[in-house]
Design a protein around this ligand. Structure first.
Ligand SMILES: C[S@@+](CC[C@H](N)C(=O)[O-])C[C@H]1O[C@@H](n2cnc3c(N)ncnc32)[C@H](O)[C@@H]1O
Length: 292
């Protein structure tokens, strides 16, 4: 890169682009990643420096490039059964609770916000498929969304490198749910069947399929400032069934951010709808209300 001023201007343009497209904050602590994240795009777009690449964004052909630059700046880190303990709580407590609540309708609708390349919705799909006997005549819908076109394309293909497949998956599950094709691991169509992948920005109105019984939004809010997080919480609150639950990532909480959600008693990481108009009356811990 060029002088310190040029560098600052370049980062300013990139930060603005990322904020406009995704709501994310390109904080100074993330700047070190910029060069690595954009290195493939530099090669593809015949630019030798990031300043040159940024200059191309303002050309008449800059629009598709802008979208690819914003996409490349996103952190898509994910793996199967990320935070195993949370998936244990999902399997042993949260899903059985939701299944009990939906016995009459025999339908479960789940929204996975910021699903990246698909490992999270597939982990969920595995948990549900492994309860096939219990959910035999149920309609299961998992809407899995991400702002990144690139991540959604990978997720739709459902094909993973051996490294990706092994991250979080035991050998039993790999053999049961994947097929090895030309040195890569292709996910079983049975797991993909309940999932509908869609490119979608979490700041916008929720995708089709609401009200959702369960919303996962894990490791997505970390990169937003407080007002943007509040916007995402509002969209999720609008999409959730009255007795539904929200699951956040390990470092994420609505506490001190919004009154729209309150912790679910005894289910760490899970939240139910709070009382937005009377935050002072919001319970410190809340049970998910029984149905019916
Ligand atoms: C670190 S990954 C987490 C993936 C997965 N939820 C997990 O915990 O393993 C964060 C994902 O959020 C997506 N993301 C960032 N901003 C978003 C937005 N405004 N709307 C939807 N997805 C977004 C990114 O593209 C990325 O794939």
């Amino acid at each position: 890169m060029g002088s310190a001023t040029e560098r600052d201007m370049t980062h300013e343009v990139l930060a603005q682009l990322l904020a406009e497209r995704t709501g994310q904050d390109l904080s100074p602590s993330r700047r070190w990643r910029v060069e690595t994240a954009l290195s493939a795009l530099l090669r593809e777009s015949d630019a030798t420096t990031i300043d040159e690449l940024v200059a191309k964004l303002t050309s008449p052909f800059g629009c598709p490039l802008s979208s690819r630059v914003a996409d490349a700046l996103l952190n898509n880190e994910t793996y199967f059964f990320r935070d195993q303990q949370v998936f244990d709580v999902l399997a042993k407590s949260a899903l059985p609770k939701l299944i009990a609540q939906r016995q009459d309708k025999r339908r479960l609708s789940i929204w996975c916000v910021g699903c990246s390349t698909g490992q999270e919705p597939l982990s969920l799909s595995m948990l549900l498929a492994e309860r096939a006997a219990m959910l035999d005549d149920w309609q299961i819908n998992i809407v899995a969304t991400d702002v990144s076109h690139r991540a959604i394309d990978v997720a739709r293909r459902g094909v993973y490198t051996p490294f990706e497949a092994q991250r979080g998956l035991g050998i039993e599950r790999m053999i049961r749910w994947f097929e090895e094709v030309d040195g890569r691991w292709k996910v079983s169509p049975r797991l993909l069947k309940p999932i509908r992948y869609q490119q979608h920005n979490a700041l916008h109105a929720p995708p089709m399929g609401s009200p959702f019984d369960l919303v996962l939004c894990r490791n997505v809010l970390l990169y937003f400032d407080k007002p943007t997080r509040q916007q995402v919480f509002s969209q999720i609150a609008a999409s959730l069934a009255d007795d539904g639950m929200l699951l956040l990532g390990a470092g994420e909480t609505p506490v001190g951010q919004t009154a729209r959600f309150a912790p679910v008693k005894d289910l760490t990481g899970f939240y139910c709808l709070g009382t937005p108009d009377m935050p002072e009356a919001r319970p410190r811990t809340a049970e998910v209300p029984a149905r019916g």
